[in-house]
Design a protein around this ligand. Structure first.
Ligand code: UD2
Length: 313
């Protein structure tokens, strides 16, 4: 089995690549290294090719997809606030780039494309938990691009018979999440703040909540979506079904790390949603997905990784 992972040098992608190799697949990573890093793949062992290039160039996509059985499409501009400040760039990569991926997959007769969609498709709908049958109401350009990616996939299924599955990831966290941008995931920020002996910054009162999903669960769901038959055209939530507030999270992290985790509270971030929580019944039923690493265990593993990686520098 030959699998292309676009964005395979990124945080989530590199974990997927490692697991594919572990299961005996040969893997091609297509990545422009704009946010991906070579060191993310340094512990990957097995038949791995790295194609350096952007999905925005159709030639890169064509070359990488030759002979592929599956494509797992993660390459994207992933920041919500950045999409607000530069919607054109996010659109170019996330929509035009995804279209190139779908055309390339169709032409290379790829069996299936698994698309990394996002919980941001739900936007501000107040109902919890979020179910796939709810109306999508994205409130950021990023959310729009991810929703369009789902629809494009489904349309390629209809028009060209290309199998496609979309996964709405909910707040993924774990080792290798890059803490260096102001838009980095909150848990990477919290962990590195504690290591630096600085107070973690909380935007708002800290009572907002998220369905924080440890990356190993996301890898498991993604590989199930690549393999399970009879699910083409479907969209699945990939979360844990639980939610934790930032205040609860800091308390847990303080306990795990043994460090004082007293927050510095700042003004709420514009455009933030208050609560997010996935209903994962559909993924359970159709993919047999059951999150195997709960939040506390995920947080412990994540802390250990940041402590060993960032303590050295
Ligand atoms: C996540 C995803 C995004 C999209 C979205 C869907 C990440 C990094 N982003 O955005 O891609 O799928 O979900 O809704 O996973 N916060 C702090 N202090 C900090 C950083 C953040 O208090 O230093 C707050 C932030 O204001 C928000 C919460 O923590 O209320 C989570 O922020 P985030 O950037 O980790 O993720 P989110 O939910 O905005």
């Amino acid at each position: 089995m030959r699998v292309v992972v676009t964005g395979g040098a990124g945080f989530i992608g590199s974990h997927i690549v490692e697991e594919l190799l572990r299961r005996g697949a040969s893997v091609v990573v297509l990545d422009d290294f704009s946010s991906g890093k070579e060191e993310n793949l340094s512990s990957a062992r097995g038949p791995l090719e790295i194609a350096r290039g952007s999905i925005c160039e159709p030639e890169n996509v064509q070359a990488a997809f030759r002979g592929a059985d599956r494509v797992i499409h993660l390459a994207a501009r992933t920041s919500v606030p950045r999409s607000v400040s530069d919607p054109v760039e996010t659109n170019r990569v996330n929509i035009d780039g995804t279209l190139n991926v779908l055309v390339g997959a169709r032409d290379a007769k790829v069996k299936r494309v698994v698309f990394a969609a996002s919980s941001s498709a739900y936007g501000e709908t107040p109902t919890l938990p979020k179910v796939e049958s709810m109306e999508a109401q994205p409130i950021s350009p990023y959310g729009v691009t991810k929703l369009v990616g789902e629809i494009y996939g489904q349309v390629f299924g209809r028009c060209y018979g290309l199998e496609n599955v979309s996964l709405r990831y909910f707040n993924v966290f774990g080792p290798r999440q890059d803490p260096s941008s102001p838009y980095s995931g909150v848990l990477s920020k919290f962990a590195t703040a504690l290591l630096e002996g600085k107070p973690p910054v909380v935007f708002g009162d800290g009572e907002q909540s998220r369905d924080f999903t440890y990356v190993a669960n996301v890898v498991d769901a993604t590989l199930r979506a690549a393999e399970t038959s009879g699910i083409s055209g479907l969209v699945f939530n990939v979360g844990t079904g639980a939610r934790f507030t930032l205040n609860q999270t800091l308390e847990l992290l303080g306990k795990i790390s043994g460090r004082a985790a007293r927050a510095k509270y700042e003004a709420a971030r514009f455009g933030d949603i208050l609560h997010s929580q996935a209903d994962i019944s559909l993924a359970k039923q159709k993919l047999g997905y059951i999150p195997s690493v709960d939040f506390e265990e995920g947080l412990r593993r994540t802390w250990e990784w940041y402590a060993s990686t960032y303590a050295k520098v």
